[in-house]
Design a protein around this ligand. Sequence first.
Ligand SMILES: Nc1ncnc2c1ncn2[C@@H]1O[C@H](COP(=O)(O)OP(=O)(O)OP(=O)(O)O)[C@@H](O)[C@H]1O
Length: 212
Amino acid sequence: MIEFLSFQKSYHSNLILSIPQFNLDSGIYFLKGPNGVGKTTLLQSIAGLIDFEGKIVLNKNIDLKSNPVAFRSLVNYGVAEPKFPDFLTGEDMIEIFLTGKRGKREHVEYLISFMGLKSFINQKIGEYSSGMLKKLSLLCAFLGESQWILLDEPFTTLDNKSVEDLIQWVLHYQEKFGSNFIISSHQLLPIEIQSSCKVIAIEDKTLNWVEA
Ligand SMILES: Nc1ncnc2c1ncn2[C@@H]1O[C@H](COP(=O)(O)OP(=O)(O)OP(=O)(O)O)[C@@H](O)[C@H]1O
């Protein structure tokens, strides 16, 4: 469970988010909201990448601020617009994430072939298209044994087949490993995942439940 307590995030003096109290139990969450409403800000806060006021607590007892290493080892974050060094290969990035997240190599081959990365995984990232880069960063977000996987705008730049594959991948991970997800998007919730998702939205600077 992720719990927000008196959570607030401002940039300079501009208040972006204010969440007095909100709990996310296990599951797959679709985080809705138009451009600029604060979805990335919320995910970056949970990922421990930016400072905020108040508390974010995992599983009732792991406070992000007082226990950041334990918290962050259980949370992975796939960014909306990945930027990896041009001179490394996809395989190099996977090794870096595997080491950092203490992931198991045996899962990697499956993930590479499932998401169709096989043909370019040894190519330099500087030669990747934006869709290839997105697939690599999504794969890296699945490495390790995190309880929560945060995917920021995962569907943008993916072709239709890859969107379907990613959804299958999310459902499979939840079923097999009990992984929980927060998937942000300013687009419509894909039909294939509708029945498996709880929908939340940022409205009036706070989090609310929404009908799917
Ligand atoms: N580093 C920053 N400094 C100042 N303001 C910022 C910064 N990052 C984001 N903001 C502001 O915070 C607000 C929320 O931005 P955020 O990127 O979280 O929105 P979003 O919902 O993810 O948008 P999108 O759907 O376009 O990705 C926006 O008004 C944005 O201008």
